[in-house]
Design a protein around this ligand. Structure first.
Ligand SMILES: Cc1cc2nc3c(=O)[nH]c(=O)nc-3n(C[C@H](O)[C@H](O)[C@H](O)COP(=O)(O)O)c2cc1C
Length: 189
């Protein structure tokens, strides 16, 4: 019987969603059975974590924050994440900060390690994590609201290399994402 992996994610503008779908596709190519849940959707009942060999949890970052649905999920399922050493957990995010390779450690510190510390969750050997780059979309087809576009344009004044008016800039490194998945899979017995 093939092993089952659960992917749960929160994504405001689709970047983390695309990463999650890509991870699902790659896992299925490796013959895993995958359930994927957009945490903001209504049908997010997870019947039994024991059905799964591993879980991937992804979030986008806005103004330094995870999505509220991801925060709720992690808080609610703290015990599952903390206690079961046979259960492999992979945490990932898509953020502007991690768009530069040299800033990935800073993004991990700020958006993963500090947050888990605040929640009182120890990251044991069964938990791995990484910070992926983000998408800055100020093109005509952007999904950002007017207010969000305004905020991003303001941030762009400090960071004109990454945030460009009229353009969609994608800083996700698919090799990095692939390496993360390989590492995750290698931990599953
Ligand atoms: C309004 C706005 C605020 C953002 N704030 C941050 C931030 O505080 N830190 C960061 O690293 N990236 C920030 N970003 C970049 C996002 O993390 C990036 O666009 C990411 O790909 C979003 O993922 P999602 O589409 O899955 O939500 C921000 C983007 C927008 C549009």
């Amino acid at each position: 019987m093939s092993k089952k992996i659960l992917i749960v994610y929160g994504s405001r503008w689709g970047s983390t969603e695309e990463i999650s779908n890509k991870l699902k596709q790659q896992l299925e190519e490796k013959k895993y059975e995958v359930d994927i849940i957009d945490l903001k959707s209504k049908q997010k009942q997870i019947s039994n974590f024991n059905d799964y060999s591993g879980i991937l949890i992804g979030t986008g970052i806005s103004i330094g924050k995870w999505t509220k649905h991801v925060k709720k999920f992690v808080t609610k399922n703290m015990n599952v994440i903390n206690n079961n050493k046979n259960f492999i957990v992979g945490i990932f995010l898509s953020s502007g900060l991690a768009s530069e390779q040299e800033k990935r450690d800073e993004a991990i510190e700020k958006f993963i390690l500090n947050k888990f510390e605040k929640m009182g969750i120890n990251l044991g050997d069964n938990i791995m994590y990484d910070a992926f780059g983000g998408v800055y979309d100020l093109s005509e087809t952007t999904k950002l609201s007017g207010l969000m576009q305004k905020m991003l344009k303001m941030a762009g004044k400090e960071d004109p290399e990454h945030i460009v008016v009229g353009e969609r800039k994608d800083f996700r490194d698919w090799d990095q994402i692939n390496n993360f998945l390989e590492k995750f899979v290698s931990k599953i017995q």
